[in-house]
Design a binder for this molecule. Structure first.
Ligand code: PMP
Length: 397
C-alpha cells in the first residue's frame, strides 16, 4: 500500500536546522529558524515562566481534559492582550477565543473554518510571506493568491502596489495580514498605512485574518497591536491567529489562540460553535500546560511586570544587533547600503543576499541563512558579529 509513496521535500526552514546541527564547523552560525537567542546564543526559559511553573506545580490538582476551547482564564487573558483592557469588543462580548496548539494550530483551524463556511473564498497572502502560510491554507483545499508587499529596490514596503493589489480583492475573500514584525521582511505598515488598509478593507468587504505571532517584539505590547485595533474601528468581523511561542519563549508548549470577532454577540456565539467543531475533529481539546503558564503570568501583577521586562530585553537586544550589524558591515568595507536592516522590526530581515551568496556562506563559513535571504537577527551576538560580517563582506565581493 505504501510502495508508491515518494519522500516529501525537506521543510525549507526546519530542514536547515537539521543541517546546522549536523555541521561539524566549530564556528558555525545559525541565522535560519525563527527562534530567539540571547547574547550567549541560547534560547533560555524566561524567569517569569519558571516562576509561573513553580506556582502551577503546587496548585495543580488534575490532569483531566480542558474544554474544547481551553481554560477561561487563558482565553480572557488573550483577549486583553489583543484588544487592550476594557475594549468594547470585550465588554460587548463580540469576540470568542479558543486556545490552539501554537499559532500554526490557530491558522489551521481558521483555514478549515473558512473552507467550510466561506467555501468560495480565496485566501490572499503577502508576497513574500511566512513559508508555511500557503501550505496550511492549501492543505484544506483553499485557493491561495498573493498581494504585492515588498519592494526589492527600496528594501521597503511597496505601499502603492499593496493598495492596488488589495483593491482587486472582491468581497467575501480573506486577506491575511501580519499583525507586526512581518515574516520574512521585517517591514510593517505605519499607523497611517494601517488606517488606509482598514478603510480599504471596509470598502472592499473582504475579511481580515491577522496572524499575530510577535506581539511585543516590534515596538511594544500595545504599539504592536495598533494595526489590528485600527482595523476593528472600521470592520465588524475578523479572525486573529496569535502565538505565544516567541513572546513567552514557549515554543515547544504549543500555545496560541484563534479569536473570532463578529458584529453581534449572538453571531459570535454561533460562529464560535463552528470553530469548536473544527477543533473537536482535529485534536479534540488543547494541551493545558503552556496556557496555564501564560494565564498565571498575565493575571499576576508581579509576574506580568517581570515578563514585560524580559520581553523588553529581548526586543532591545534585537534592535541593538540590527544597528551593530549595519555598522560592522560598514567597518568591513561593504559599500552596499544595509541601513534598511536597522529600520526593520522583529526577528527577521530580508538581507538581499542572493541564493548563490547564501549557499557560499553555508559551504565556506558554516553560516546558515534561509535560501530567500531571510536572516534571523536574533541569531547574532557580539561574539559572532565580526566573523559573520567578515564572511558576508567576502561573499559580496
Ligand atoms: N505565523 C508566523 C508569521 C510565524 O512566523 C510563526 C512562527 N514561525 C507562526 C505563525 C507559527 O507559530 P507557532 O510556532 O506558534 O505555531
Amino acid at each position: 500500500m505504501f510502495e508508491h509513496i515518494q519522500a516529501a521535500p525537506a521543510d525549507p526552514i526546519l530542514g536547515l536546522n537539521d543541517a546546522f546541527r549536523n555541521d561539524l564547523n566549530p564556528n558555525k552560525i545559525n541565522l535560519g529558524v525563527g527562534v530567539y537567542k540571547d547574547e550567549q546564543g541560547a534560547t533560555p526559559i524566561l524567569k517569569s515562566v519558571k516562576q509561573a511553573e513553580e506556582r502551577l506545580l503546587n496548585q495543580e490538582l488534575t490532569k483531566s481534559y480542558l474544554s474544547i476551547e481551553g481554560a477561561p482564564a487563558y482565553r480572557q487573558a488573550v483577549q486583553t492582550l489583543l484588544f487592550g483592557e476594557d475594549h468594547n469588543i470585550i465588554t460587548k462580548q463580540l469576540a470568542q477565543t479558543a486556545h490552539t496548539p501554537g499559532g500554526t494550530g490557530a491558522l489551521r483551524i481558521a483555514a478549515e473554518f473558512i473552507k467550510k463556511h466561506l467555501p468560495e473564498a480565496t485566501m490572499w497572502v503577502s508576497n513574500p510571506t511566512w513559508a508555511n502560510h500557503q501550505a496550511v491554507f492549501q492543505s484544506v483545499g483553499l485557493e491561495v493568491g498573493s498581494y504585492a508587499y515588498y519592494d526589492a529596490n527600496t528594501k521597503g514596503l511597496d505601499f502603492e502596489a499593496l493598495l492596488a493589489s488589495l483593491s482587486q480583492v472582491p468581497a467575501g475573500d480573506v486577506v491575511l495580514f501580519h499583525g507586526c514584525c512581518h515574516n520574512p521582511t521585517g517591514i510593517d505598515p505605519t499607523p497611517e498605512q494601517w488606517y488606509q488598509l482598514a478603510k480599504l478593507c471596509s470598502k472592499q468587504g473582504f475579511l481580515p485574518l491577522f496572524d499575530f505571532a510577535y506581539q511585543g517584539f516590534g515596538e511594544g505590547i500595545e504599539e504592536d497591536a495598533k494595526g489590528l485595533r485600527t482595523f476593528l474601528e472600521h470592520v465588524p468581523e475578523m479572525l486573529i491567529a496569535n502565538s505565544f511561542s516567541k513572546n513567552f519563549g514557549l515554543y515547544n508548549e504549543r500555545v496560541g489562540a484563534l479569536t473570532i470577532v463578529c458584529e453581534t454577540a449572538e453571531q459570535t456565539e454561533a460562529a464560535f460553535t463552528q470553530v469548536k467543531r473544527c477543533i473537536r475533529t482535529n485534536y479534540s481539546n488543547p494541551p493545558s500546560h503552556g496556557s496555564a503558564i501564560v494565564a498565571e503570568i498575565l493575571n499576576s501583577k508581579e509576574l506580568r511586570s517581570l515578563w514585560e521586562m524580559e520581553l523588553k530585553s529581548m526586543r532591545t537586544r534585537i534592535h541593538e544587533m540590527r544597528s551593530l550589524f549595519v555598522n560592522t558591515l560598514r567597518t568591513k568595507g561593504v559599500t552596499q547600503d544595509f541601513s534598511f536592516i536597522s529600520k526593520q522590526r522583529g526577528m527577521f530581515s530580508f538581507s538581499g543576499l542572493t541564493p548563490d551568496q547564501v549557499a557560499q556562506l553555508r559551504k565556506d563559513f558554516g553560516i546558515y541563512i534561509v535560501g530567500s535571504g531571510r536572516i534571523n537577527v536574533a541569531g547574532m551576538t557580539h561574539e559572532n558579529m565580526e566573523p559573520l560580517c567578515d564572511a558576508i563582506a567576502t561573499v559580496l565581493k
